[in-house]
Write a protein that binds this ligand. Structure first.
Ligand SMILES: Cc1ncc(C[n+]2csc(CCOP(=O)(O)OP(=O)(O)O)c2C)c(N)n1
Length: 612
């Protein structure tokens, strides 16, 4: 059937009796492609019927269907003319794993980061109404994403503007991990409130059947108030925000869902359709362990040791002896390697849900009270917390250790997920000691130093696999801001030129030095360790060079090399890194190739500069 569906119009022609088979085909196709390309398996399997029903009842692209986070939009892509290209999802030059307005008119809004859908929908609704247009705006949001601050801020405004948008709450009682917090608890209570559901559903349905058009809508809007107070307090949680609550519906019953959406279409003002889904639906393993199957890697991917796992294991070791250490995650326990901490030191582990900003100020609160919180957030999601880092943590000089995981290019998740702006955002903040380790051993040393430091520290590291080495050195307050020169062959150092390879780029810097040495160029190699501050000893030392080259897994303008260049007077500084662009998706090596951030290219460029 799927081959014949090129648009939602074709979907509407499918007979009701065949819909279950269609959903089966969609699931099979998603599973097949995700096994090959990696991607968000469990979330997509759970949202199949939900998406089919929406595309049968609404008129996309005139009606705007928004997907919060966007990781669950695979069925939507398949049904909106992208069945043929779906096998390219997440691959270089292929379909994106998230909605992209540039990819299809059916993708109403770009997403990737959580909890933006209600804000975007409300913005769209205000313009629709100013223009006296008439179309529906649907915000699909998960129970996890609903816990994010932005979603709550949007609900706060929505309640008073009373704009007609339809929020579809895809409630699978899971974020990536188990959802936490009071909202999650409320949702569980509502889902189990079947009396309210049945009575209210029947009443609303009756009204729809017996009257039509604007009159019906007006009557319904008025009755909303009456309905609200007739039944138990279950749906009042949302009705207090000024929403008409419909549901909960079985998220795998297309006919029931279609009825729900038809009712929602006819209600004036903001409406919330509460849908209960099973994450991983249809796949035994994903249903059984939705956390593991939330996002999967393509088959055959070997798991080498990552900075993340070294961080997670070592933090537990440190925290076992230092009882003042706490660990904080914003709904990314597994991804940030804090699983072990959650299991072994649960009393000092905090999952604040998808709330990076809150998590950072929460850490500040713990730090000012005498503890040393370690909060790990992906570099890209840390973009949410700039003010909290500046205003709450650094301005008060509080001992919080912030870990920026997945810094640099991340590959297949693409432009919304690359962590390539963090140095521009955090590299100039007073009091903050910002570091990047060249390998796993150095990460441990930095962590130990950070825990003992009485002020804010930040450590970024990439997704790259890394090694641990036997040799360690004293990493203490004495060396803050000092770049380390590497004497590769016990030969004279302090040459005319220097190459500084930041963090995960240090190894490439080393290879470049060796290649250029073979071509007759002598260059000193530095492992900077510190992004900020840079000590005056280091600056004085670097002033002696004629030409300095820097490498970083970050955008060039505003990054490590830029910050260094601004501090140096004499040497010519040539910066190698990523272009200041939103870089698409693909494997990390393809992307590096695409932007020219490869050993060969950089070697050639340095050679050219040195031979000038
Ligand atoms: C700001 C931000 N923080 C973290 C994430 C990582 N993330 C992606 S999906 C997800 C869980 C979303 O849960 P939910 O909305 O319930 O959707 P489900 O996958 O359960 O369908 C998280 C935390 C993100 N995308 N954006």
């Amino acid at each position: 059937m799927l081959e014949k569906i090129n648009s939602p119009e074709d979907l509407k022609k499918i007979e009701e009796k065949d819909l279950w088979l269609l959903c089966q085909e969609i699931r099979d196709h998603i599973e097949k492609v995700v096994k090959q390309n990696g991607g968000h398996l469990a979330s997509n399997l759970g949202a199949v019927e939900l998406t089919v029903a929406q595309h049968r009842i609404f008129e996309s692209p005139t009606d705007r269907i928004i997907f919060d986070v966007g990781h669950q939009s695979y069925t939507h892509k398949i049904l909106t003319g992208r069945y043929d290209s779906f096998s390219t999802i997440r691959q270089f030059k292929g379909l994106s794993g998230f909605p992209k307005t540039s990819e299809s008119p059916h993708d109403a809004f770009n997403t990737g980061h959580s909890s933006t859908s209600i804000s975007a929908a409300l913005g769209m609704a205000t313009v629709r109404d100013l223009n006296n247009d008439n179309y529906h705006i649907i915000a699909n949001i998960g129970d996890g994403a609903l816990s994010g601050g932005m979603a709550l801020e949007a609900l706060n405004q929505l309640g008073v503007t009373e704009k007609g948008i339809i929020i579809v709450l895809n409630d699978n009682e899971m974020s990536i991990s188990e959802p936490v917090g009071a909202i999650a608890k409320q949702l569980t209570k509502i889902s189990s409130g079947s009396l309210y559901r049945n009575l209210k559903y029947k009443l609303t349905q009756k009204l729809i059947v017996t009257a039509f058009g604007r009159f019906t809508r007006r009557v319904l809007s008025r009755l909303k108030g009456i309905v609200k107070y007739m039944f138990s307090s279950k749906g009042l949680f949302f009705e207090h925000f000024g929403l008409t609550y419909l549901g909960p519906y079985d998220g795998h019953d297309i006919i029931g869902l279609e009825e729900g959406f038809k009712i929602a279409k006819n209600i004036e003002g903001p409406t919330l359709v509460h849908v209960i889904t099973k994450k991983g639906k249809g796949n035994y393993f994903a249903e059984d362990d939705p956390e593991k199957y939330h996002g999967v890697s393509p088959i055959g991917n070997s798991k080498k040791k990552s900075f993340t796992s070294i961080f997670g294991e070592y933090l537990v070791e440190l925290a076992k002896t230092n009882k003042k250490i706490t660990a904080i995650t914003a709904a990314m326990c597994t991804g940030t390697g804090l699983e072990l901490f959650r299991k072994q030191i649960n009393e000092r582990f905090y999952d604040v849900s998808i709330a990076e900003q809150h998590g950072l100020t929460f850490a500040a609160g713990q730090a000012i009270s005498g503890y040393h919180p370690v909060i790990s957030i992906y570099s890209t999601f840390m973009q949410r917390g700039v003010d909290q880092v500046i205003h709450d943590i650094c301005m008060q000089n509080l001992p919080v250790t912030m870990i920026l995981d997945r810094a640099g290019l991340v590959g297949e998740d693409g432009e919304t997920h690359h962590g390539v702006f963090d140095i521009s955002l955090f590299g100039v903040i007073p009091n903050l000691i910002f570091m990047e380790p060249k390998n796993g051993t150095e990460l441990k040393q930095m962590m130990k130093f950070a825990i003992n430091h009485n002020g804010p520290t930040m450590i970024r590291f990439s997704k790259a696999a890394t090694l641990e080495e036997a040799v360690t050195y004293d990493f203490d307050e004495e060396i803050i801001g000092d770049f380390q020169i590497q004497d590769l062959n016990n030969e004279n150092i302090d040459k005319k030129y220097a190459l500084i390879g930041l963090g995960s780029e240090f190894n490439m810097a080393k290879d470049i030095i060796i290649d250029l040495k073979n071509k007759g160029y002598d260059i000193d190699l530095f492992n900077p360790r510190f992004i900020s501050p840079i000590s005056s000893i280091t600056l004085i030392r670097l002033e002696k060079y004629e030409k300095i080259f820097t490498l970083e897994n970050h955008v060039v303008v505003g990054g490590f090399g830029s910050l260094l260049k601004a501090r140096l007077l004499k040497p010519e500084v040539h910066i190698f890194g990523l272009p200041n662009l939103f870089i698409e998706h693909g494997s990390i090596s393809q992307l590096r190739e695409e932007v020219g951030f490869t050993k060969e290219n950089i070697c050639n460029q340095i050679e050219r500069i040195l031979s000038e």
